[in-house]
Design a binder for this molecule. Sequence first.
Ligand code: HEC
Ligand code: HEC
Ligand code: HEC
Ligand code: HEC
Ligand code: HEC
Ligand code: HEC
Ligand code: HEC
Length: 332
Amino acid sequence: MKGTRFLIILFSILPCNTSVSRAGVFSFKRDSHKQDTTTFKSPSAEDNERCLKCHGQGKYEYPNESLKKHVKALMYSETIIKRENFYRSNHRSLSCTDCHSEEYTKFPHSGELRMEQKLNCIDCHGGDEKYAQFHFEAIDSEYVKSTHYKLQEDGFSCWKCHDPHTYKINIRNSENIKETILYDNAICLNCHSNFDNFQLLTSRKEISILKTHEWLPNQAVHFQNVRCIECHTKINDNILVSHLIKPKDQAVRRCNECHSQNSILMATLYKFKSKEQRHAGFFNGIITNESYVIGANRNEYLNLLSLIMSAGLIAVIGIHIYFRIRNSKKSI
Ligand code: HEC
Ligand code: HEC
Ligand code: HEC
Ligand code: HEC
Ligand code: HEC
Ligand code: HEC
Ligand code: HEC
């Protein structure tokens, strides 16, 4: 293994510019803007402090008029919103009250607010040219076909995977694939390894992810190098992140779907990069920047070298046989 890896590194240094046969048909552009968090000042920061003075940390205070007392109490952990996460998220320039009722400025909050209809992604992003690259409508229609949609009645929605206060686009801007894999998998594991969240939506018994994936060797290595959605979604060439999660019996199980020259990873995890970067002589060269996927990372030069070596070997054997025959004839 070590040896092959070394060879591969060696060959990838060869200064050659060969066109790789895989057609890159993807036309996703990378976002040019980098989200700089240290200098970001939200136009709604002041507004938000009306809420964050209570929701921003573990303790809140309020004047209790009837007791004529100033009360300090602990905030429930589920209702704490960390400023640093919120101001790093996609929706960092929004005001809390863009999504929540102004009525929430009053405390105690009115019980009726709980029944408030929540805005959906589509309510703000639908039909907006500015967000065309994200294909909200296409994603929405995939979601409707996905296995989770049946849980919609019980409260499943886009927000369950896209936390309203922390969600941040990742793969689109990703410089670090490993971190993106971690981020995306954490989205699924938030329910699939947290039974409290899981049971809010179903009466099914707890599913152990480790057990149901026992057939996959080196599980830890795989879960660090591929996302859940690689195996669980239907590939869609038109959107960057496929949202159609298939029933479990249609999940990818065959090793060579990834460990082969036609690795599905080029159409999923490495969709962007497959277009953008090419590596000297490598099929699926971009994957080697991040991972060494047995079978997927074959090298033309290595292939050629092994051909030359085999030809050489056959020639040596041939010459050897020729002289053996000649010499044996002579000695008679
Ligand atoms: C004085 C402190 C305080 C302020 C100010 C405050 N909240 Fe709250 N909020 C709470 C507490 C405590 C809870 C949990 C208990 C409850 O639901 O009343 C809560 C609950 C909530 C909930 C969950 C309610 C539910 O029914 O699940 C939302 C949403 C919320 N607050 C939004 C806001 C928004 C938006 C603002 C600013 C406009 C805000 N809050 C301002 C203390 C506060
Ligand atoms: C982009 C829309 C959006 C913005 C902006 C937003 N929220 Fe929310 N918030 C939601 C949605 C949607 C939910 C319900 C989540 C769910 O049902 O899973 C929610 C839930 C909550 C809750 C209940 C606890 C929870 O996580 O379910 C609190 C508290 C809360 N928001 C406070 C705030 C505060 C404070 C701000 C401003 C710093 C804010 N929200 C900004 C959309 C938003
Ligand atoms: C209340 C309206 C509203 C809702 C609801 C809403 N968004 Fe947004 N979203 C916005 C606005 C406004 C921006 C632009 C923020 C900015 O430019 O700072 C934005 C930005 C984004 C971006 C980043 C775009 C970029 O170019 O960086 C993504 C991705 C996104 N939203 C996804 C979602 C998803 C997914 C949902 C539902 C889970 C959702 N939004 C719900 C208003 C909304
Ligand atoms: C089962 C979980 C799940 C659900 C439900 C879900 N998403 Fe996503 N979504 C993801 C994951 C994972 C990503 C990849 C995040 C990343 O790396 O940027 C993503 C990414 C996105 C992106 C960014 C794609 C891009 O091109 O950068 C948008 C937009 C989006 N989702 C919209 C939606 C909308 C709208 C809904 C509801 C109709 C929805 N999502 C429901 C898991 C989910
Ligand atoms: C290499 C492909 C692959 C990866 C990666 C993968 N899965 Fe699976 N998953 C499968 C297959 C195949 C099955 C069907 C197993 C069976 O039915 O025995 C499955 C089954 C499941 C089930 C259904 C289990 C049940 O018994 O109902 C869930 C839930 C699930 N996976 C979640 C996840 C999550 C969450 C992740 C990411 C942490 C993940 N999977 C990563 C291939 C994969
Ligand atoms: C908010 C919680 C939640 C999140 C987040 C979530 N799931 Fe699920 N998922 C569930 C529940 C609950 C079920 C069980 C549905 C049922 O009752 O059959 C389920 C079922 C599944 C199944 C099994 C479907 C079948 O055929 O039985 C798969 C596969 C799956 N999820 C994959 C994923 C993947 C991949 C992600 C991340 C992109 C994800 N889930 C995110 C809650 C979640
Ligand atoms: C969804 C794609 C995918 C599928 C399906 C898949 N693998 Fe992998 N596998 C990978 C990736 C990516 C790596 C690279 C890990 C790395 O960088 O070291 C890997 C690595 C490995 C390794 C090396 C582990 C190590 O310790 O370095 C073995 C062995 C392996 N896979 C065997 C299998 C077998 C056997 C199957 C089928 C049962 C399978 N894989 C299915 C993507 C996949």
